[in-house]
Design a protein around this ligand. Structure first.
Ligand SMILES: [Zn+2]
Length: 142
């Protein structure tokens, strides 16, 4: 059995019809035995069935994402390396240390990096203390 989507060219009705085979469809069509369910017109044709396109996009996109991720991860770890050698890690004390530099003019040879909550960062910003948030890959020891 084969299902065709048929279209009446007179009243624009689309309907599905089953045939034993494509040959049977041709035969019935020739004998003018296929007519519109709605208006009875014999001016009925097969709708072209678009083959289902195999969508390659998700896979390609995925591979691209993986590549992007690896690129980003590499950049981050280079960033981290740079920061580790040029900045002092202050861990959870980041907000405190940042303030002591800002308010006490505490002299440090290096900048600092550490952990801060979003709330800390917001407060620091309100106090005019410039901080930079960077993504951090947390699988290495500090
Ligand atoms: Zn019709």
């Amino acid at each position: 059995m084969i299902k065709y989507n048929l279209c009446c060219k007179k009243c624009d009705l689309n309907f599905d019809s089953w045939f034993a085979s494509s040959k049977e469809y041709d035969k019935l069509k020739k004998k003018k035995l296929i007519n519109c369910h709605n208006c009875g017109s014999l001016n009925v044709g097969k709708n072209l069935m678009a083959p289902k396109l195999i969508n390659k996009t998700p896979k390609e996109k995925n591979e691209k994402n993986v590549l992007n991720y690896q690129k980003i991860k590499k950049t981050i770890s280079e960033y981290q390396k740079f920061i580790k050698s040029n900045f002092d890690y202050v861990g959870e004390n980041f907000a405190y240390e940042a303030r002591s530099i800002h308010y006490n003019d505490k002299k440090r040879n290096k900048g600092i990096y550490g952990k801060a909550s979003k709330k800390d960062l917001k407060e620091l910003k309100e106090e005019g203390i410039d901080t930079q948030m960077i993504p951090w890959v947390d699988n290495e020891n500090h």
